[in-house]
Design a binder for this molecule. Sequence first.
Ligand SMILES: [Zn+2]
Length: 298
Amino acid sequence: MLALSVDIEDWYHLPYVTGSPYSTYRDVNDFFKKWDDRYDYLSKPCERVLKLLDDFKIQATFFIVADIVDNYPGMVEKIVDGGHEIGCHGLHHECAIDPKTKKAIRGVDNFERQITVAKKKLELMSKERIIGFRAPSAYIAGWMVDSIEKLGFKYDSSVSVNSLYNKCDEKLKNVTSVPYYPVKGGLRPGEERDIIEIPWPYFKIAGIKFPTGGGPFLRFGGARYIKLGLYQSLKRGDAVFYFHPIDLSDEKFPGKFSAKRPFYWAIKGKTVEKRIRFILKNIDGELGTCRDIWEKMR
Ligand SMILES: [Zn+2]
């Protein structure tokens, strides 16, 4: 099964604008205090994503940054009305570990407090129990999985094993793209427990693992590249694919921040939407949500 996932965040949630040691604004609250221009570049592409999924008659898992509930009235309701699964993508999309040192930034207690608030916000809105988590910007550590297990989550989908980058706080040798039980206190495979990890897909050739989960790699690599990786990962077992509605945006994001990362957003908009449609049309096998994968493993 291929689980489809959509990460709901806006341009200012990205680590170069807010919520990381190198961001322009300390956090989203600081951003809203100082930003007096238009901030919403998410609503329009989000509508297009809902339409796209409707066209294919499929349900996806939406990992939502919980402050979206407050600042985009009606958006989460629309996603819920579409019958999609709601997952948690943090309260303000802040990195919980330092991208360089991989050490906890604000401590375990702060992380747990934030995620408790985020989970409650999303549960009030969706009237369902939230069981899925994806770490903001996919910076993930073993202690974070222990924390979310304690808070009632049943799966995490943040680990990406590949040869190009590592956002985990340890090197993972025995992890592939197949869902697994992480060991307590770490991300390595361990004994059966109450939470699973749904790692991201990759394409392996000549011993090199190329990440093909989606997001930036969908924008840079193209649909055929992603499809190869999904095809190979589905041969290993269940897999997950993700994209952001802002990947589909036709608009230029506020200048100063786009200029900081000139290549990051070089390809987006209709091209990316076409690629997603190509992938969904051409993928062999069943499509589902992350919850469906979790249910299969119970
Ligand atoms: Zn994100």
